[in-house]
Write a protein that binds this ligand. Structure first.
Ligand code: GLN
Length: 309
């Protein structure tokens, strides 16, 4: 069933678009700096196959930090919660996503949660496989299953652009390696991490991922349990407590939907038991979240009473 463009969503997008003027596209990854800050689009995917949209939902974006939820799901399936949470914590931080400050105060230097970069790097280092290619392939396989798109790939240009400029993430890796939180070669991990972040999809596919989480890991089309229920629950909980970095508290109060953002301007939302949301709006606020995307979710949540609290 094709995705229907929807007038009510269109009105909300029109209203939220005004806020794009106050944001800036991420340019610390050079390839992301070319996005149009005034773009804003949304897709909503329901489990019965119905899909509503507004804006250009075909445009591809890289997942960036949204990938952190899926890599977490994969390593939890690979290794189980006990192993994973010995190496990465469960607590939110009030620091920016790429901060190194807290790591220095922790003994051992165990990152506070898997949604900040330090934690995500440890998570990615736990993806099983005998080579970088095999590990990336396993992550891609899971994402292809969730999106129902077997052709899904990463964008080489975005991956290379980040790999060549990821000085801060490399610093995090070396710090973590010094403290035995990661064992592998830093460049191999950075290669895998930047390719993971560069995995590309459109809003519709992003909404489908949100729907799988909303439906406790079950694909309503195939009825297959893609992610075990308890792992889907852990992922959604992290989305609530840490999904919007150090803006997660305000987001929970104003919007109340498990969600994960990325610096490409994407937001993936999972309204439990109801539907998935995919948003693209590359102008970011100072915390690295899509400024108009958050506004759009706020309008949507108010209008349809979507807060889970
Ligand atoms: N690839 C990005 C980075 O590590 C992801 C960060 C984000 O989306 N917040 O810097």
């Amino acid at each position: 069933m094709p995705c229907q463009s929807n007038d009510e969503l269109f009105e909300l997008v029109k209203e939220a678009k005004k806020y794009t003027n106050d944001g800036r596209v991420a340019d610390y990854i050079p390839a992301l700096g070319r996005a149009n800050p005034h773009d804003l689009s949304i897709a909503i995917q329901y489990p019965d196959g119905q899909c509503l949209s507004a804006g250009d939902i075909e445009r591809k974006i890289s997942l960036q930090s949204i990938s952190k939820v899926i890599s977490l799901a994969l390593v939890l399936m690979d290794r189980g919660p006990d192993y994973v949470f010995e190496r990465v914590g469960m607590e939110p931080t009030g620091d920016p996503f790429n901060s190194i400050a807290k790591l220095e105060t922790l003994t051992p230097a165990k990152p506070l949660n898997p949604m900040i970069n330090a934690g995500a790097l440890v998570v990615t280092s736990m993806i099983k496989g005998s080579s970088m290619e095999e590990r990336l392939g396993r992550l891609l396989l899971l994402i292809r299953e969730m999106t129902n798109n077997s052709a899904l790939q990463y964008c080489e240009e975005v991956a290379k652009s980040e790999f060549d400029t990821a000085f801060l993430n490399r610093a995090l890796c070396y710090f973590l390696k010094q403290h035995q939180m990661i064992q592998e070669d830093v460049d191999v991990l950075m290669d895998l991490y930047t390719k993971q972040c560069a995995i590309e999809m459109n809003c519709l596919e992003l909404a489908r991922i949100g729907m799988i989480f909303a439906m406790d890991g079950v694909d309503p089309d195939s009825r297959k349990q893609i992610i075990p229920t308890d792992i889907a629950r852990i992922c959604k909980t992290f989305m609530v407590t840490c999904g919007m970095y150090n803006a997660s508290g305000e987001f929970a109060i104003k919007i109340g939907i498990p969600a994960k953002s990325g610096v490409s301007g994407g937001i993936m939302g999972a309204v439990p038991g109801k539907f998935g949301i995919g948003i693209f709006g590359p102008a970011l606020d100072e915390k690295g979240n899509s400024i108009a995307g958050i506004k759009l979710l706020e309008l949507l949540s108010k209008q349809y009473e979507l807060s889970m609290f």
